[in-house]
Design a protein around this ligand. Structure first.
Ligand code: NDP
Length: 446
């Protein structure tokens, strides 16, 4: 890394010494920036690097709630308002026991560049809690969400900061959060949250957007090589919102998704994932992938405690969580014939895994480019809320296709411009960074 970048990175490591995943996200961006700084000395003169790694605001709060037996629990809530150079802070809320300030900061940092790539005038933010919705009753989840929003509401708004879902936060949670925001403010600010229900301000195709967008991005990558998804076998990890709709879009394009997973293990389904069964088990019954294997039969096998990366396939779409593909997993992917990795999750590949892709000629799309369809469609939801309109499914999906194609092309153009044709990591980081940096300079030292 360039000495000027290294100096800022050292400060990040010293100041935020316990935030390993945040360091990882910063390093990944910084490693792309050397050719950008060579063309833009003003970013050094204006201390853009030191400014961009420091969130504009970090909000940490107590979230007390009572369970169904009356026992009181205390969780910790976070909202990191990272960068507003391009628009109101925008990014999801994650409810998972592994959440801490470093996790939310890594996600918020990624979000800055991802949101820039969408071209939709949205800044970067992220939030969440170490609350685990798994195994909780609907009423417990509601009480938690109401308590969380009772603190958060004062910091957000349709032109200030607009949260959405992420791991552990889906339509149910967004509903409870929105209801409490409305009670506290006395306003129907539909644009304060995205991922809402279709009858009360949500957008058609938002549920599908992240998974579909990831597959569209992979399709555009393949088209560069006169190839397509049709006839390809695909490994999908996770079994939540992103995974379900990635698997669905793969099937629609003539490919076959062979796997799903959760934190207890994975399923290998040689005949292709049955999407309707998966939706029934995960979205309606809130069940596990082991339930899927049992009900599916037909050769589907549950593999307790195992990841999906040892299965033979053409394409891998990691859609679960950060660092779910390590160096050995990446070597297994290469050995089993995988030629393309497009990330549905945020930062699912470790730096060592990315090196394995690069040294073996695997086409690789980082999440901040390939999974941007979710936040892009959230911005479309905000547009519909402002205009008091609801666009058709095909209209939103068409716009999503165009946005993903644009992001893909922007990455390739930036990779060309900065000297590494075909490198999606450099392309995504450089294109996103330049937009944000230019806006920060124009807006003065802040
Ligand atoms: P969901 O909560 O709907 O699903 C998450 C899935 O990943 C579940 O199957 C879950 O299994 C699994 N998972 C989560 N943590 C772990 C873990 N530590 N080990 C193993 N499996 C795990 O979340 P989403 O589908 O919304 O999000 C998935 C990824 O996509 C995340 O990285 C998120 O940041 C990213 N993303 C999501 C967007 C969205 O629009 N939803 C937008 C852009 C990115 P289990 O139930 O056992 O925990």
């Amino acid at each position: 890394m360039d000495a000027r970048l290294e100096k800022v990175f050292e400060t990040v490591k010293t100041r935020d010494f316990s935030q390993g995943v945040f360091h990882q996200a910063v390093r990944e961006v910084f490693e792309s920036l050397e050719p950008v700084l060579a063309k833009h000395p003003e970013y050094i003169d204006q201390s853009i690097l030191a400014r961009i790694v420091e969130p504009e605001r970090q909000i940490i709060f107590r979230v007390p709630w009572a369970d169904d037996k009356g026992e009181i629990h205390v969780n910790r809530g976070y909202r990191i308002e990272f960068n507003s150079a391009l628009g109101p802070y925008k990014g999801g809320l994650r409810f998972h026991p592994s959440v801490n300030v470093g996790v939310i900061k890594f996600l918020g940092f990624e979000q800055i560049f991802k949101n820039a790539l969408t071209g939709q005038g949205i800044g970067g933010g992220k939030g969440g809690s170490d609350f685990d919705p798994k195994g909780k009753s609907d009423l417990e989840v509601m009480r938690f969400c109401q308590s969380f929003m009772t603190e958060l509401y004062r910091h957000i708004g349709p032109n200030t900061d607009v949260p959405a879902g992420d791991i552990g936060v889906g339509g149910r949670e967004i509903g409870y959060l929105f209801g409490q925001y409305k009670r506290l403010t006395g306003r129907y600010d539909a644009g304060v949250l995205t991922g809402k229900g279709l009858d009360w301000g949500g957008s058609l195709a938002r549920t599908e957007a992240t998974g579909y967008g990831t597959v569209i991005f992979a399709q555009r990558m393949l088209e560069q090589h006169n190839d397509s998804i049709e006839g390809k076998t695909v490994l999908v990890s996770g079994s939540g919102n992103v995974a379900i709709y990635a698997a669905e879009r793969v099937a629609q394009l003539g490919g076959k998704a062979l796997s799903i997973s959760d934190s207890s293990g994975s399923v290998y389904d040689p005949n292709g994932i049955d999407i309707e069964l998966l939706k029934q088990i995960k979205e309606v019954e809130r069940g596990r992938v082991s339930d899927y294997a049992q009900r599916r039969g037909n050769g589907a096998e549950f593999r307790a405690g195992q990841k999906v990366w040892d299965i033979k396939a053409d394409i891998a779409l990691p859609c679960a969580t950060q660092n779910e593909i390590d160096e050995n997993d990446a070597k297994a992917l290469v050995a089993n014939g995988v030629k393309l990795v497009a990330e549905g999750a945020n930062m699912p590949s470790t730096p060592e895994a990315i090196e394995v892709y690069e040294s073996n000629g695997v086409l690789y799309a980082p999440g901040k480019a390939s999974n941007a369809g979710g936040v892009a469609t959230s911005a479309l939801e905000m547009q519909q809320n402002s205009a008091r309109q609801q666009w058709t499914f095909d209209d939103v999906k068409g716009r999503l296709d165009d946005i993903m194609t644009n992001i893909h092309n922007t990455c390739l153009e930036a990779a060309d411009k900065y000297g590494k044709p075909g490198d999606y990591v450099l392309g995504a980081n450089a294109a996103g960074f330049v937009q944000v940096a230019d806006a920060m300079i124009a807006q003065g030292i802040s």
